[in-house]
Design a protein around this ligand. Sequence first.
Ligand code: NAD
Length: 260
Amino acid sequence: MLKGKVAVITGSTSGIGLGIARALAGAGADVVINGFGDAAEMEALRAGLADACGVGVAYSGADLSTPAGVQALIDGAEAAFGKVDVLVNNAGIQHVSPVEDFPPERWDAVIAVNLSAVFHGTRLVLSGMKERGWGRIINVASAHGLVASRDKSAYVAAKHGVVGLTKVVGLETAGTGITCNAICPGWVLTPLVQKQVDALAAAKGLSEAEAAAELLSAKQPSGAFVTPDQLGALAVFLCSDAAAQMTGTALPMDGGWTAQ
Ligand code: NAD
């Protein structure tokens, strides 16, 4: 379905981004994966994905916390494959603390990676998408783009910002063959959430399984984690012709979290 298309997935060396990269490559797109990791492991990941899916795969270690880093990622993708048809803005970080203790430098870092990088990536790919009359921008927001939790001020502010930016880009590109949508996952057991499970286990003297169950029961009525594969399938759908008239939306996949 995506043969001949080029997809850039930010923060795709682990977790949700990797699930989405696998799904888009599985649908036939050439992909650029991005994120941090050991050089040999990154090369193994790149080559493994290329072999498994029979598509072109490039890796970029660009740090998306600065505009120059985002520019390097998009320039690298265009140098490798000539264009960017699908941009998945997924890279994200977390910091948990009450507002009055929240370190200002952590606030700046969360806003830079989770929100500003989405703006920079989007502004850099839009003119090429408009020239070709087709494009898909998929922003991985969060249930925290729709509702709040305590102690996550920067993350919740950034994700609500991503949902707002998604609406603006959806309006600005309406009728051009480009769509821009946000995916809002609930809890997904990735390294980002594993840290929160570990912290809860340590704080309350729980086993890992007990801590995971407690985390889920507080927010996610289904009592089960969403998986990167499920989110990957949603991203493939958003790239399909069936989704051509969906734009500016924020789509929860959250086990009922935001229905409450
Ligand atoms: P993760 O920690 O498993 O992966 C994050 C990825 O981003 C990694 O590839 C990492 O190397 C990369 N990254 C981090 N900082 C970067 C930077 N400055 N430049 C480039 N790459 C960088 O996290 P995840 O849980 O898969 O989260 C992915 C996205 O999904 C994030 O935006 C997160 O907010 C969102 N999300 C996660 C959950 C969840 O429950 N895990 C729920 C809702 C939304």
